[in-house]
Unconditional design. Sequence first.
Length: 205
Amino acid sequence: MMCYNCYKHKSEFIEVKMSMNVREYLDIIHIAERLKDTPRHCTTSHGRTESVAEHSWRISLMALLLRNEFPDVDINKVVNMCLIHDLGECFTGDIPTFIKTDSERETEDSLLQKWVNSMPTEVSNDLTALLSEMEAQKTAEAKIYKALDKLEALIQHNESPLNTWSENEFELNKTYAFDAVAFSEWLTELRKAILEDTIEKITTE
């Protein structure tokens, strides 16, 4: 058992400077919780409508698992990008990419940035820098995040019942995201494997 003095010593040892108070932290988490209740235009393998939060979780896992495939890339940054990429949908909901207008994108981006600007300075600066890098699509990290975002949707469609697909998705699942993976041989091979699964699904179901 640890004695009282040991606990006291331990608490002194781990004392850290707080850059935001716990209420500010909880306010951010409470708003982000909305994504658990925000449905996406896709279903799970059992036909249940998935949430935005579920999509964000899986692309984050997809990024983490690529650490050894991209040793020169900051995979932790990619995971961070994946975690925050749909936070704007806390305010607008999910709109499928094939019907989303430029005006709707601008509204989502504006509402997200307004929220980010209201956060404690250090958090706001970190998220703003990350969002800017994601939008610019210049770095390897940003390109990997964007590719995974699109590929996860294709994978989910391959897992969902065919009768939940909209008519245009039969073609989209064959053609979508090849441009997003063109920078990477590994991701291009992954996209080809997803296409093989799509064709098999359409043919056999």
